[in-house]
Ligand binder design. Structure first.
Ligand SMILES: Nc1ncnc2c1ncn2[C@@H]1O[C@H](COP(=O)(O)OP(=O)(O)OP(=O)(O)O)[C@@H](O)[C@H]1O
Ligand SMILES: [Mg+2]
Length: 390
């Protein structure tokens, strides 16, 4: 007999109302689902698209209960939420995916690394570092990367220490230190996995960083690497999600070393910034794919139909307040350009305000166009900072 679903097909709950939830809500509507988001900000990016909005903090147990009780499936668009409360709600029988117990592991960088180690997933060698200690750092050896277990410190959860001279830049937090991995490229691979264990893997994407700064400049899809390297990256990413028994879409961040080795940096238990290009460039976008996975629907085709470059639209430095979008017409005049604005009411320096995907049959032309868009399209504020207001 043919499958039968009520209408709406499902009531989807999302903890977090940011841009990932916003894009997921759009895909949910297309699939005939309704959406409730839980987010502390009235008028959050996703609340503008969803049918319902619970205005509450991600750690409010009563509000989380309300969300899961009125949803057929609950998912999330960020990691920093109450995984313990969600785990107890899941234990009561509510469908919450990915599994909050897996979220609890991924939320904690030390537990995440230990899980990789236990399952033989290639990752940078590391040791636990509950209290940063100069001798222990030296004994582990430089160059190293220190990471906070959770949340980071002052928004900074990662410190790269090239030598003992950098000791003063360490973070005063509990965490781990790991070997600095010299790499050729940073890659990301999206993996979708359904409750039955069905897997679909997206192409490997290349993350291009601004020289000198730890700031993502552009994403190139597909990554400019060999077929074998692509296969290896996809295999390692799929294995990582499989051994963790993840359900949903996962963004797996990887290093490609100079000798061609693939090493897992970290996993996000959600759709990923590196996968936004899938909306324009792939048969099934990552947001619909995530919904298919958590709703136990068949997974979609991940084939990429056209090369793409992706640019984040960050708030211009020196600009705070009501956004002013400069250069939109000029950017949109370039063939292949799609602009996504997230509906955030205020901008601040480096805040993610949107993104641009450029598709072109020629990957290097897509990249050139994205570079052009970068200089044209800027998110400023209606009142620049140095102009006094009354
Ligand atoms: N072991 C390592 N060797 C070399 N570079 C590293 C290592 N770990 C992290 N990095 C660099 O630091 C960046 C941020 O690290 P990581 O992804 O672990 O932190 P994060 O706080 O989750 O960052 P984001 O939210 O931007 O993904 C990486 O993208 C990479 O450029
Ligand atoms: Mg990262």
């Amino acid at each position: 007999m043919a499958s039968q679903h009520p209408y709406p097909v499902a009531r989807v709950g999302i903890v977090g109302g940011g841009q990932l939830a916003r894009m997921m809500a759009k895909s949910a509507k297309r699939l005939g689902c309704t959406v409730t988001v839980l987010d502390p900000t009235p008028g959050s990016p996703a609340a503008q698209v969803a049918e319902n909005h619970i205005v509450a903090n991600y750690f409010e147990a009563d509000a989380l209960r309300k969300l899961v009780e009125q949803s057929d499936v609950t998912t999330y668009d960020l990691e920093n939420i109450d995984s313990a409360v969600l785990a107890s709600l899941a234990a009561e029988g509510h469908r919450i995916l990915p599994d909050p117990k897996l979220l609890a592991i991924i939320q904690d960088k030390l537990l995440q690394k230990q899980a990789f180690e236990k399952h033989g997933i290639p990752t940078a060698p590391f040791i636990s570092m509950p209290e940063p200690n100069q001798e222990a750092f030296a004994a582990f050896g430089y160059p190293l990367v220190q990471k906070a277990r959770r949340g980071g410190y002052d928004g900074r959860g990662v410190a790269v220490l090239k030598s003992e001279k950098d000791w003063s830049t360490h973070l005063p937090v509990s965490g781990l230190v790991e070997r600095y991995i010299e790499h050729e490229k940073e890659l990301a691979v999206l993996v979708a996995r359904s409750p039955s264990g069905e897997i679909k893997i997206y192409p490997a994407v290349e993350m291009v960083f601004l020289p000198g700064a730890n700031v993502l400049d552009m994403l190139i899809a597909p990554a400019r690497i060999s077929e074998k390297q692509t296969k290896d990256a996809q295999q390692v990413a799929a294995r990582a999600v499989t051994v963790l028994e993840g359900v949903g879409v996962f963004g797996v961040e990887l290093f490609l070393t100079h000798s061609g080795e693939i090493i897992v940096n970290e996993i996000s238990p959600r759709t990923h910034n590196s996968g936004h290009y899938t909306i324009e460039a792939c048969v099934t976008d990552q947001f619909e794919q995530h919904l298919r996975a958590v709703l136990s629907l068949p997974l979609g085709d991940t084939t990429q139909l056209i090369p793409a470059a992706l640019l984040n639209l960050l708030g211009e430095p020196g600009h705070n307040g009501t956004p002013l979008v400069e250069g939109l017409d000029e950017a949109l005049a370039i063939p292949g350009v799609s602009v996504h604005l997230y509906g955030k009411a205020t901008t601040s320096p480096y805040r993610k305000m949107g993104h641009v995907t450029v598709v072109d049959a020629d990957l290097s032309r897509a990249q050139e166009k994205a570079t052009r868009v970068k200089s044209l399209l800027r998110i400023k504020a209606t009142v620049p900072e140095n102009v006094p207001t009354r």
